[in-house]
Design a protein around this ligand. Structure first.
Ligand code: ADP
Length: 482
């Protein structure tokens, strides 16, 4: 049979405990009743023994009295009465014998039997013939012997009476002890059973009702939209497991909701950008063309001003490109990507366009996944560029590429800069969040969009005492057609 676990087992144990108490107390009460009843029956038996022993003593005296009458009358006329009395003595001796228990008591009864036979023998064989012969002296002598035997019988019956009475006292004492013990235990069970029931009730409340109430509260909070709701049930039973699953479900729900919001945000911006980018690109190209044309002819301050116009137009173009990146789907089919090679390409591209701000960059490890090389290159390019900008002229950027056991890969970009700014904690990946004077705030938003489209994750942290660290995790192959 399968042993039920957790709450079911506790409930079974609690009810089994209560039932056992009930069974033990009932068994104890029945056993006490049986002992008391047995004791009372024994007392009755012994009282009957006392009565019989006293009656026997009186019957022996009666028998002896009939012997005396025969001596006084000097003939056989009283013999039938004597025979009657003697028969009664024999019957009573049998009845007493049936009630003795111990060996010494049995020996006393045997002595009474023998003495009764002796008494009868003396009377019938000695006294009656001597009476009929009128030999007074013989009669006196035999009478004296008979008297001694009677005294012996009386002494034995007295002993039996004493013994019966003593054992009656003992049994009464035992019965009283059983009664007292039964009373004490009954009181104990009377007080203990309600206490145990309260304990069982409390334990059921704690292990069933309270966790259910907490689960209910948590579910209500989640239903009201609070995805930070967590249920505090730490018990190792089903409720604890349910609470842990509920908490995991809420956190994954929150995660998914945030991703959904983020990708909706990106998609919204992308749709808007796609609508205007094309229109802006053309005038920007015209502005850039004319600015360059004019700069060739211009001199002095005007040349500088035209240079600024070109720079700003280029920055505007960069922003438009970034916005378009947010909206562009990953159309082509995924292909094997060598991530180490990809990172090295990104580094040399940044170096050739002088965008490493003088920082030293090192790429370590190897890994490959299926993906979109151009898009993934853009991700590592953004991360390495940010790292280099944060690390500065004498700083370092480390890129660690590694293959995961499940066939996926990890790219960790860490730098020796000042770490992530405090205000960036929850806005880092939002479009247009930037702390740089000439930043666009699109690099991380675009990178996150690309990584998520590959079915991966992009996490940022700042290990204490070190710079920032960005971790890209990619699955072996992107989900579906990305
Ligand atoms: P931009 O680089 O144009 O500012 P990003 O989206 O790439 O846009 O970065 C957004 C912001 O995130 C940055 O302005 C900066 O505040 C912060 N950030 C990104 N990378 C790092 C880094 N390696 N160290 C410190 N802060 C960083």
């Amino acid at each position: 049979m399968r042993i039920p676990s957790g709450t079911a087992r506790r409930l079974i144990l609690a009810f089994a405990g209560l039932l056992s108490i009930f069974a033990i107390s009932s068994w104890f009460a029945l056993a006490s009743l049986r002992d008391i009843q047995g004791g009372l029956a024994e007392i009755k038996e012994r009282e009957e023994g006392v009565r019989l022993a006293l009656t026997l003593a009186s019957a022996v005296r009666d028998q002896y009295a009939h012997q005396a009458h025969t001596i006084i009358l000097g003939n056989e006329t009283h013999l039938p009465f004597y025979t009657e009395a003697e028969k009664r003595v024999v019957e009573l001796t049998e009845a007493v014998k049936a009630r003795v228990r111990r060996p010494d008591e049995r020996a006393w009864v045997v002595e009474i039997e023998r003495a009764t036979l002796e008494l009868d023998r003396i009377f019938r064989q000695r006294i009656v013939p001597a009476v009929l012969r009128k030999q007074a002296e013989d009669v006196m002598e035999e009478h004296g012997r008979a008297q001694l035997v009677v005294t012996q019988i009386q002494e034995r019956t007295d002993r039996l009476v004493d013994r019966f009475e003593t054992s009656i006292g003992d049994i009464q004492g035992q019965v009283r002890d059983v009664q007292r013990a039964a009373f004490r235990w009954t009181l104990f069970f009377l007080a203990g059973a309600p206490l145990l029931a309260v304990g069982v009730g409390l334990s059921i409340y704690r292990s069933v009702a309270r966790p259910v109430a907490r689960l209910g509260e948590g579910a209500a909070r989640v239903a009201a939209g609070d995805l930070d709701a967590r249920i505090q049930v730490d018990s190792p039973d089903e409720f604890g497991a349910l609470a842990r699953q509920f908490n995991a479900m809420t956190s994954s729900l929150k995660d998914q909701q945030e991703r959904l919001v983020q990708s909706e945000k990106l998609a919204g911006i992308g749709r808007l950008a796609a609508g205007v980018a094309h229109e802006i690109n053309n005038p920007l190209a015209v502005i850039l063309g004319y600015a360059k044309l004019l700069q060739r002819k211009a001199e002095g301050d005007l040349a500088g001003d035209l240079g600024i116009i070109q720079d700003e137009a280029l920055r505007a173009q960069e922003i438009v490109e970034g916005l378009l990146d947010l909206s562009r789907p990953l159309a082509s089919a995924p292909e094997p990507v060598d991530l180490k090679e990809l990172c090295e390409e990104a580094v040399s591209r940044l170096r050739s366009t002088d965008r490493l701000a003088g920082a030293a960059v090192e790429v370590q490890g190897t890994a490959s996944v299926d993906g979109h090389p151009q898009k993934l290159r853009q991700v590592v390019l953004n991360l390495i560029k940010n790292g280099a900008e944060a690390a500065g002229a004498d700083g370092r950027v480390e890129v660690a590429v590694s293959q995961s056991a499940d066939g996926g890969a990890e790219v960790v970009v860490s730098d020796s800069g000042a770490g992530l700014p405090a205000e960036a904690s929850d806005k880092l990946f939002e479009p247009f969040f930037t702390t740089k004077p000439t930043g666009t705030g699109l690099g991380l938003a675009v990178s996150l969009g690309i990584v998520q489209a590959h079915g991966g994750t992009l996490l940022a942290d700042s290990p204490a005492g070190r710079g920032a660290r960005f971790t890209v995790r990619l699955p072996a192959t992107p989900p579906g057609k990305v």
